[in-house]
Unconditional design. Sequence first.
Length: 234
Amino acid sequence: MSHTILVIDDDPHIREMLSFALAKSGLRALEAEDGEAALAAIERAPPDLLVLDINMPRMDGLELCRRLRSDLRYAALPILFLSSRADEVDRIVGIELGGDDYVVKPFSPREVVARVGAILKRVKSIPTTSPAATALLAHGLLRMDMEAWEARFDGRIVETTATEFRLLALLVSAPQRIHTRDTIIDGLHGPGFAVTDRTIDSHVRNLRAKFAAAGCADLIETRAGIGYRIGSCR
């Protein structure tokens, strides 16, 4: 069954261009001109992924992302941000709010389609670094149900995005290993995928904050100049 992608941008030319490219790749594309229209469309029929512009009138992409991530129904809805600013701050803020990836304008429609496909694959698959037959990952008080895409700390559900869940599973599946940012990027996206170190750092900050709120103060350890390792999770 074809996935439904909601393209949200106030520029009709960009919406049309991306909708055409997505349709050529076998995906069903819907359009919305701003965050308010997108929120109404999502309420009617949730899509499988959002391609979301950051800078829009009425309700911008960051505010829409905030609202979706605060609603349990849409907390894990994948989001690919479009950013038109050269400054990386907006893109990092988008990731910290729960975006799964971003593309900078001007962009190639082919790149957007490729990143959409990569996110959809991540959502559907179990991380390749964990044993394929393992339905449950456990470490300390952390439990991860790989079939339900559910993370719990001390029995309490912690909502994560698809990318955050995969990153955490990557660390838990090799608890003694210190993962460099490059190996994390390769594990999440595959070799050669263009993601900055700061994006990985933002996902780690998000996970730490979410689990700290659930009572876990040592979810992920930082090894200065090297990378990250799963903490004791006690």
